[in-house]
Design a binder for this molecule. Structure first.
Ligand SMILES: Cc1cc2nc3c(=O)[nH]c(=O)nc-3n(C[C@H](O)[C@H](O)[C@H](O)COP(=O)(O)OP(=O)(O)OC[C@H]3O[C@@H](n4cnc5c(N)ncnc54)[C@H](O)[C@@H]3O)c2cc1C
Length: 483
């Protein structure tokens, strides 16, 4: 390869992290080459046209939130922020056995913003159950990031029990909340990960959910590619990196699957942990534990289903079930009420319902037909007409690693962007961002790596949005606990 074409930064992986990194560096005037092994951009937030129906489907339904600050900043940069449908009230509808609980968002100052939902919660749990959370709430409101990391070796269920939360409330609230937000059963979740999320739930108001009005990847992937190419960079699909090569304690090049080498002044590796483990050479592993630790992280499998019905079943954007072991799906989205374009959101458009089975080891054993049958039955609990409706077409996506499980011990082990090699950085949702693995964590990781690469290349830049902090009384309590 000619020296004149040597990119400033080689980015391995064209998921949210790699593409966000590429945009930030391109905006700083650096020339970037992104290499992606798949034929599609977007990685675990990819979309494609489903061949039978011609409808764009995502790898699985995703939600954005008003707290996805890094992703939203990227979308503003690309001009796609209007392509998110923000959920009006209620914040979320929970199906709790035969009860529908409409949980509302509120602008009351934290932590009072949860109060309007008390009457709803009291339909399912007792005052005694709620009161048993007082120590958890008090601790979460005062804790800071450093203190929360001290809980990393404890599992979330044990921690809740130790804090006096009643077993019934753990099963009703904490178990589904942990699965929905952190993707693991409580017993397999680090208390740090749980506390971090609850601290923000209790300490911030005005939270809301948003859904892509088009294919998820269309919100960012084509726009990122356009920015990178306009700055003189390139995005190479179907290009797999087999190994990272180091020389004299620095990044030198990558070896591609066809045996060729690609050199660059520096590199950002923005791939899932198991892929990092595969491509890190022995001289990397010898001085940095990150690739070895990466290989030990537990993947969380998902099964996501898309069911095209012959009729309209709901007027809802989405709903969730208060999940318990034995259930299949947790969250459901009627895309006929959300999407614009190929599915034509509209009053009488037949329902296209997407759902997620999370930590789906049990579902992975089932046939597609069985998954469809059980998913229809779960939809019918919310929309009874589903039992009579015909499923015109079904698509079951089996995803072996949707996110990394935040097991006890993993939060302190998440690697930062910097590696021991001065011109090599890591990005990806699983790296140390202070956020749960998500598109937001991925976008923030890409921005953090871009800041470090930009500084090293003499083009300092500011790209990362900070992790949200608590407001109101919780913020006052937190700052006191620091002093
Ligand atoms: C079904 C499902 C539902 C989800 N729901 C939500 C949600 O509601 N909200 C939310 O915020 N997040 C959600 N997530 C998580 C979110 O999608 C991920 O956290 C995020 O997309 C990860 O982005 P990333 O860039 O870190 O990694 P990835 O998207 O995995 O990108 C890494 C890229 O690297 C490429 N790569 C790997 N190895 C190589 C190699 N050797 N050479 C070249 N390229 C390579 C991969 O092909 C991939 O494209 C969900 C995920 C799934 C699967």
């Amino acid at each position: 390869m000619q020296a004149a074409l040597t990119p400033d930064v080689l980015i391995v992986g064209a998921g949210v992290a790699g593409l966000a990194c590429g945009v930030a560096l391109s905006d700083a005037g650096l020339r970037v080459t992104v290499v992606e092994r798949s034929a599609l951009l977007g990685g675990r937030a990819a979309s494609w046209r489903e061949p039978t129906t011609g409808v764009t489907v995502d790898i699985g339904p995703h939600v954005l939130t008003s707290e996805h600050h890094n992703l939203l900043a990227l979308m503003r940069r690309l001009g796609t922020e209007t392509q998110v449908l923000w959920q009006p009230q209620p914040l979320i509808t929970l199906l709790d056995e035969d009860r529908r609980l409409a949980m509302r968002g509120s602008r009351l100052p934290p932590p009072l913003h949860g109060l309007p939902n008390l009457p709803q919660a009291l339909k399912s749990v007792s005052w005694r159950d709620l009161w048993s959370n007082r120590r958890v709430a008090w601790r979460a409101l005062r804790i800071n990031e450093q203190q929360s990391l001290e809980l990393d070796e404890i599992d979330a269920r044990q921690w809740l029990q130790d804090m006096g939360v009643r077993a019934d409330f753990i099963e009703w609230f904490w178990r589904p909340a942990c699965l929905a937000i952190l993707n693991v059963p409580l017993e397999r979740c680090s208390a740090t990960a749980l506390v971090r999320v609850f601290r923000l739930m209790a300490g911030r108001n005005g939270y809301c959910f948003g859904f892509p009005k088009q294919g998820l990847a269309d919100l960012y992937a084509p726009g990122c590619r356009g920015v990178i190419e306009a700055a003189g960079g390139q995005v190479l699909l179907n290009t797999e990196v087999k190994q990272v090569l180091l020389r004299d304690g620095r990044f030198d090049a990558v070896v591609l699957a066809d045996g060729s080498r690609l050199q660059a002044r520096s590199a950002v590796v923005a791939v899932p942990p198991e892929n990092l483990a595969e491509m890190a050479p022995p001289d990397w592993r010898e001085i940095d534990p990150a690739p070895t630790l990466a290989a030990q992280l537990e993947p969380c499998p998902y099964v996501s289903s898309y069911l095209w019905f012959d009729r309209k079943l709901t007027r809802q954007h989405f709903w969730a079930r208060t999940w318990s072991p034995g259930d299949l799906n947790l969250d459901f989205y009627d895309l006929s009420n959300i999407r614009e374009g190929d599915t034509e959101a509209g009053a009488e458009t037949p329902s296209l319902i997407a759902s997620n089975s999370i930590y789906a080891h049990a579902a992975a054993e089932l046939s597609d037909d069985e998954i469809v049958r059980r998913t229809v039955a779960e939809i019918a609990e919310f929309a009874p007409e589903a039992a009579q409706a015909r499923v015109v077409h079904a698509d079951v996506h089996r995803i072996s690693m949707a996110v990394v499980c935040p097991q006890p011990g993993t939060e302190t082990a998440r690697p930062a962007a910097a590696t021991p090699f001065e011109n090599l950085w890591l990005a990806g949702d699983w790296t140390r961002t202070g956020l749960p693995s998500s598109m937001e964590s991925a976008a923030r990781s890409g921005a953090l790596a871009a800041e470090q690469a930009g500084a090293w290349l003499g083009r300092p830049l500011l790209a990362a949005q900070p992790v949200p902090e608590t407001r109101g009384l919780p913020a006052m309590l937190r700052s006191r606990s620091l002093s």
